[in-house]
Design a protein around this ligand. Sequence first.
Ligand code: PLP
Length: 391
Amino acid sequence: MKKIYFDSAASTVIDERVIDTMMQSLRYDFGNPSATHSFGQEGKSRIESVRKAIARWLNVSANEIIFTSCGTESNNLIIRSCIENLHIKRIITSPLEHKCVLETVRDLKEKHPDIEVVFLPVKDRKGDLDLNVLEEYLQENKPTLVSLMHGNNEVGNLIDLKFIAELCKRYNALFHSDTVQTMAHYPLDFSDIPIDFASCSAHKFHGPKGSGIAYIRKTTGLKGITTGGAQERNMRAGTENIYGIAGLGKSFDLAMEELDERRKIIEELKHYAIEQLSLHIPNVRFNGNCTDFDKSLYTLVSILLSFPNTMVGFQLDMRGIAVSQGSACSSGAAKPSGTMLQLYPEEELKNTTTLRISFSHYNTKEEIDELVSVLEEIRKKASSTIHVGNG
Ligand code: PLP
């Protein structure tokens, strides 16, 4: 059976060229990068050249790039250190964030009950945030961190990163954005966008798992939260994951060099998927802003099927097709996700099924045809079962 992968928002297939780079690194970069001998120093120089290359892509200075193990760690480091070291008294975020932000904020609130946590209201069924409320809060003079994701991993909504960064700057608030779904998928120029912190994860753009970055604007004075080593400019103690960093560097370079080419292919796939799903799946709905290409990630489509079936993801998998039922991170959960509950009344979601179909430049239109045809079969079976049951 030919297998079809439509879950690139959860993780991507690793690029062969990235594997080659990592194999070289695995073979030769065995010296400890903190050692002063040539074995260590060669590894150190590989790390520093990746740091410089990523800094160039983001138009920032190299010492603002900190290597971490993943997006989750980057978000934890940034948000926790803002509270623990920068005397932030209020966090403004949204209920649509990834759980590595939501749970970190909840944990901090438990440990520091005096901090204020504000969740911006979602103002419509598309999942747009009410930025007037954000501005009202920012007008109050309180040391604030705003944490809003750039691209939503479940429904794909994008925020206007520059507009929000400028708003935060106007009111002296720090601004963090979880850019895990957008970094290396969009050109991001942080000399033009006055953002303070951002996160990135290599496995979202055909790099290895276990390797990410935190962008930390140096003027913020953010400090590390792990102890026991001076690595990563004192921001992250511990011997560096040099092979992961080599893979991250290669996948970042390739993603940026091939960005327009990859984007064109993926945008066409997304258009085609929306067209075919609308034609063949009766009453299919598209969640959030995902049919508006200016306001949503080009890499994914999130749909609401008009029948309840917690097994759709499993049934597709049995036919060799991988998609995500709900968010990847909570897949298998029968309950609607927190994000979906912000977009639809719970009652309405009871008779529906949410699927996220996410693409990479390796996918094809034929694969979309296969997905749509299998989904159609599943839907027909579901409606005949409902019919028999009702009869
Ligand atoms: N933030 C977003 C928006 C994500 O989509 C993910 C991964 O699904 C993460 C954070 C976590 O990233 P990582 O898997 O690198 O920890």
